[in-house]
Write a protein that binds this ligand. Structure first.
Ligand code: SF4
Length: 421
């Protein structure tokens, strides 16, 4: 049973959309035809029956029952958005308390109870990697290089929310809401605009743009988080894009398997599978996020033939050591999500405290090679306004006649003969 009064009764995130979009999101209007509020996905219910599970413990922490806790809408309605709400379930560091009060007008905070439940103790010297990603901190107020739109996406958008950088593909930003507002998000500038979430005009114009450009064969549906919509709204969007003859593949960028796995139901996956080829890229950053709940979410997708890739971001204190990255990549393969990209963090404002040196990333990549299957090694990327640049440890030491002088994965010199003929 839903009981919004138990805790966080006034914690609903302030509406970002027009009244129409907010209505749609809240389950009226466009979403009416969708799943009922009390929909209880069996696969998550089973997990919650174990009292030691993250689901059962999270429900207890937030003083609700498991059946309510596995409803993704409940989490969106009970996002933790203030220091007072967060302090009900954990002790906040001073930097976090200040972050909540000083940054609210810059980049809203919002964290699902599920993701809050993954947080552990945190100190200045040993911060919790989950908290670093989701809770505002006073360090965000100082940044020497960060800017609002580091990829100049607005300049690359021929129509609003369609980023067209490469000739054959577009990023279609239909969503604004997210289960968790990641502190390093390079699209945080959109937070200040109202009415972007599944905005009918934006969607109509975007689809018209894609339909009128035969070169576009790959559409990435992103946001915000495009899974924060009803099954019916997602299917409606998919059907319209799939109806465009030149669109070959449809991809989703979503962090819901990480921050709100209950959203990724077998039912949603079965809808996506009707529009194959459909791919999903998600965004795990650290081993603590690889929970049994997340595994169910990923399995729901892959069991429906949807390949799942992972795009991590290298973040100081979160995953900036070899062992942390090794554990992440290994765990991803165990849940059948393939490590795809490791992004060096974008120079987005308020994130300098989270950005490690590129040397750190290069060293991690060098150590991964040879210590884990190549299938588990993501491509390390610096994303620029003109496209993604892969960066790698330099294994080519020189040329000698027809031979190439290489560094092998053990760090030894190797002469590969006759490859320069
Ligand atoms: S889920 Fe994605 S779009 Fe949303 S805040 Fe996080 S990084 Fe940004």
């Amino acid at each position: 049973m839903l009981d919004p009064l138990i805790i966080h009764s006034n914690s609903a995130r302030p509406p970002l959309g027009t009244p129409r979009e907010v209505q749609e999101f809240q389950g009226t209007a466009l979403l009416q035809e969708s799943e009922p509020e009390n929909f209880k996905p069996e696969e998550f219910l089973r997990l919650g029956q174990d009292p030691t599970s993250i689901t059962a413990r999270g429900a207890k922490l937030f003083k609700t029952d498991v059946e309510t806790y596995i409803n993704w809408r409940w989490h969106m309605k009970h996002q933790v958005t203030t220091a007072a709400e967060a302090a009900k379930v954990m002790d906040l560091e001073i930097a976090e308390q200040q972050g909540f009060s000083e940054l609210d007008h810059i980049f809203n905070a919002g964290v699902t109870p599920y993701y809050m439940g993954l947080m552990g103790a945190s100190t200045k010297d040993s911060p919790c990697p989950i908290r670093l990603q989701a809770l505002p901190r006073s360090e965000e107020l100082s940044d020497r290089y960060g800017i609002a739109d580091p990829l100049l996406e607005k300049e690359h958008s021929p129509v609003k929310e369609v980023v067209h950088l490469y000739p054959d593909r577009v990023a279609f930003c239909v969503a604004q809401l997210c289960p968790v507002y990641c502190r390093y998000c390079y699209r945080k500038r959109r937070d200040n605009e109202a009415g972007l979430h599944f905005n009918r005009t934006i969607v109509d114009r975007g689809i018209a743009y894609i339909a009128s450009n035969p070169a576009i064969r790959d559409v990435l549906i992103t946001g915000g988080d495009p899974f924060i919509a009803s099954d019916a709204a997602i299917e409606n969007l998919l059907a319209r894009i799939r109806a465009i003859p030149h669109v070959e593949i449809i991809r989703f960028g979503t962090r819901t398997p990480v921050t709100l796995p209950y959203r990724v139901t077998a039912k949603l996956a079965s809808i996506l599978a009707k529009y194959h080829p459909v791919y999903v890229n998600t965004h795990f950053n650290c081993p603590e996020e690889l929970t049994p709940e997340a595994k169910v979410a990923v399995e729901n997708l892959v069991n429906h033939g949807i390949p799942v890739g992972n795009q991590a971001v290298l973040l100081k204190g979160v995953n900036d050591t070899y062992q942390r990255m090794f554990d992440l990549c290994r765990g991803l393969l165990m849940m059948r999500a393939r490590p795809y990209y490791l992004f060096h963090p974008h120079n987005v404002e308020g994130t300098e405290h989270l950005r490690p040196s590129v040397d750190v990333g290069l060293e991690i990549m060098r150590k991964l090679r040879g210590n884990i299957t190549g299938f588990a090694i993501p491509t390390y990327i610096i994303d620029t306004p003109s496209g993604k640049v892969p960066i790698t440890h330099n294994y080519v030491l020189g040329r000698d006649g027809e031979d190439l002088i290489l560094e092998n994965p053990r760090g030894e010199i190797w002469r590969e003969k006759g490859v320069l003929t």
